[in-house]
Design a binder for this molecule. Sequence first.
Ligand code: SAM
Length: 234
Amino acid sequence: MPLFAILTLFPEALEPYLSTSIVGIAREKQATEVILVDFRDFARNRHRTVDARPYGGGPGMLLRPEPVVECIEWLEERHGVFKKLLLTPTGRRFKQSHAQDLVEEERILLLCGRYEGFDERISQVLDFEPVSVGDFVLSGGELPALMIVEAVARLLPGVLGDERSALEDSFQESGELDHPHYTRPRVFRGLEVPEVLLSGDHKRIAGWRQEQAQARTLRDRPDLLDNRGQQAGD
Ligand SMILES: C[S@@+](CC[C@H](N)C(=O)[O-])C[C@H]1O[C@@H](n2cnc3c(N)ncnc32)[C@H](O)[C@@H]1O
């Protein structure tokens, strides 16, 4: 059961989401636990400030190293060493294969930045893996942290109603995108469900789905086909 610790200045923004949806179910089933820690509680000064102006000038504020590092040291004394992820647009792009690797971890810490980001010495003092959720910039690491917790939680045994759903998802075993899906009604605005899906012939259906998945991947994400060997070894 991985224990997640999310270090954030906005714990109240995260709790509602973490109590609902699949993460809420995973917590209820005790497949995982998530603790929210406000590192402002480790600020030493009277005004509880955790940020300061950057040396060398420039816009915005940076997160100071002392409250963050002391907060993590306190957590590790209580719970043991965490696998530590630093959320930053400059990090390695988060992928399904990382979510699968994280399932094996006992303790995972997610450090959410704000403002212009962190003082560099935080990642010089502690051993972090810098992780980005995509080539765009958000105002904080809270949404990336939720994305990562959910990506891992849905892979934990017993969390999804049918464990095959996770195995058949995009990027999973085949490294390709998922195939198209259809449900009722059989005809919607003149568009019919492909005949093969109504045939009851499971072999034909599996073949059709595989072809569709390959065609979709080639059309929308050809990079996945190019990187397939590399992804498997990620
Ligand atoms: C405004 S951003 C800082 C951007 C930073 N100055 C840069 O250009 O790389 C504030 C915080 O949001 C989080 N963040 C923003 N975009 C992110 C992304 N794509 N992936 C992960 N975290 C992100 C990080 O924790 C970051 O410290």
